[in-house]
Design a protein around this ligand. Sequence first.
Ligand code: FES
Length: 250
Amino acid sequence: MKKRLTMVVRSVEKIALDTVEMVLENAYIAGNAKPGQFLHLQVEGHTLRRPISIADVDQEKELVVILFKRIGTGTKQLAAYRPGMTIDAIGPNGNGFPYMETMKTALLIGGGIGIPPLYNLGKELMERGIHVKAVLGFQTKAHVFYEEKFAALGETWIVTNDGSYGHKGFVTNVLDQTGQFDNYFSCGPMPMLQAVTEELRNKQGYISLEERMGCGIGACFACVIPANEEPGYKKICQDGPVFAADEVIL
Ligand code: FES
């Protein structure tokens, strides 16, 4: 159940080009957040809360990690928060990634700032004894983050659009190298998700559309996406952000 809480900033660090990692402390969120869920943060001076997905959780230390891009005024202001400051948060929000008892191997496919929720998922899957593999796509070498963290979970392929690091091109260019897997889990920009779901149309997969969220509370309709069942659409912030790949029309 989501709650309105105060989270204490423990650290703020730039970990790649335009990419900030923030560690927040709160026992309830750390104890209850599921992979794929997000926080709704009230950044000072901004009326609308920002939806930001959870990248990692340390239940023992009661810590929650979020990653975000410093692109708009809200996220620039958030990046300026310092340790000891507090943030008004609502969470954990949304439905997270499902877990299948039959799954033995999972393939994680992430692009850019869509990668963070897959790390939290990969960690949980590994703890459950599931073999994890990951394909991570970035614009350039300067944008790459969490390579070692994913490599600690399992075999990891890094792809950059300009070829400045790892494989050149798009995540779909290396999918044929990843071998067998039972289910895939993907999060990233819409063109990437379209290409991934098309390429893997014969596999059971789950996608998180968290990048498409605006207000995060069902008010702005920025997140509406066509769906296969009645009433013909879903709101990412309320019905997602995670969907079965065949549930929505990308
Ligand atoms: Fe505003 Fe969903 S993000 S309605």
